[in-house]
Design a protein around this ligand. Structure first.
Ligand code: PEP
Length: 246
C-alpha cells in the first residue's frame, strides 16, 4: 500500500510572527502519524521552516521553481537554492500559476525535470476548470497536462514525482469534488502513469479538503493524500487532516 501524504500549500500567506506560531503549534502536536506530511511555503520563509521543522516529522518545500539552473533570470529561484534549505518538495503547475502567470504544460514539465535533477520531489498539479468539466473535457484536460510531463521525463524520473489532482472549481471555493468524482479522475491518472511504468506514484487530491471531508476522500483506492490550501493555515485543521490520512 502507498503511504499517504498530506501537504499544506500556504500560498502567499504568512509573516515571521504568524508562521512561528503556526509551526510551533504543528511541531508540538504532530507526533509520529501514519501519514507523511509537509508544508510548501513562500520562498523567503524556507529558512524559518528549516529551523522550526528539522527534527519533526513534517517536511517542507516551495511553491514554484525555475526551469533554469541559474543565471540572468531576475526573480526566479533555482532548484539548487531550494536544496540549500533542505526542501523535500516543490509544487509545480499549480492552477493559480497556470492561470495568472500563463504557465504552459510544457513549462510545468521543464520545472518538474529541473526539480528532479536537483533531487527534489515535484508535486505536479493538474485540474480542469468548471467550464471544462461542464463541457465533458475533464479527462482530456488532465490527460494533456500530465501527458506533457510524462513526455519529457524518463521512466525513472516519472516514478519520482507526486501528482496532485486539483479541480480548479474546487480550490478555495468550499466546493469539493465528491469522493466518487475525485476517484474517477485519480483512476484515469493512475492508468496514464502506469503506461510510463510509474503506477506507484502518490496521487493527492486538492480542492477545499477539510477535516470533515478528508477521511472519505482519502479512503478512495487511488487517493493517496491531500494538497491543502486554506485549511493548512489553521494548525488544528491541518493536524486533523494528517490524522485522517492513515
Ligand atoms: C490549493 O491551493 O492547492 C488548494 C487545494 O486550496 P484549498 O484547499 O484552499 O481549496
Amino acid at each position: 500500500m502507498r503511504r499517504k501524504l498530506v501537504v499544506g500549500n500556504w500560498k502567499m500567506n504568512g509573516s515571521l510572527a504568524v508562521n512561528a506560531a503556526l509551526l510551533e503549534a504543528l511541531t508540538t502536536a504532530v507526533g509520529t502519524p501514519a501519514a507523511a506530511s509537509a508544508v510548501c511555503v513562500p520562498a523567503p520563509y524556507l529558512g524559518q521552516c528549516q529551523a522550526a521543522l528539522t527534527g519533526s516529522t513534517i517536511g517542507w518545500g516551495a511553491q514554484d521553481v525555475s526551469s533554469h539552473g541559474g543565471g540572468a533570470y531576475t526573480g526566479e529561484v533555482a532548484a539548487t537554492m531550494l536544496v540549500d534549505f533542505a526542501c523535500t518538495y516543490v509544487i509545480v503547475g499549480h492552477s493559480e500559476r497556470r492561470a495568472m502567470h500563463g504557465e504552459s504544460s510544457e513549462l510545468v514539465a521543464a520545472k518538474a525535470q529541473a526539480a528532479l535533477s536537483a533531487g527534489l520531489t515535484p508535486i505536479v498539479c493538474v485540474g480542469e476548470t468548471l467550464a471544462e468539466r461542464e463541457a465533458g473535457q475533464t479527462f482530456a484536460v488532465v490527460g494533456e497536462q500530465l501527458g506533457a510531463v510524462l513526455a519529457l521525463l524518463s521512466e525513472a524520473e516519472a516514478a519520482r514525482i507526486v501528482l496532485a489532482y486539483e479541480p480548479v472549481w474546487a480550490i478555495g471555493t468550499g466546493q469539493t469534488a465528491t469522493a466518487a468524482m475525485a476517484q474517477e479522475v485519480h483512476a484515469q491518472l493512475r492508468a496514464q502513469l502506469t503506461q510510463k511504468q510509474a503506477g506507484g506514484v502518490q496521487i493527492l487530491y486538492g480542492g477545499s479538503m477539510k477535516p470533515d471531508n478528508a477521511r472519505e476522500l482519502m479512503a478512495q483506492t487511488d487517493i493517496d493524500g491531500g494538497l491543502i490550501g486554506g485549511a493548512s493555515l489553521k494548525a488544528g485543521d491541518f493536524l486533523a487532516i494528517i490524522g485522517a490520512a492513515s
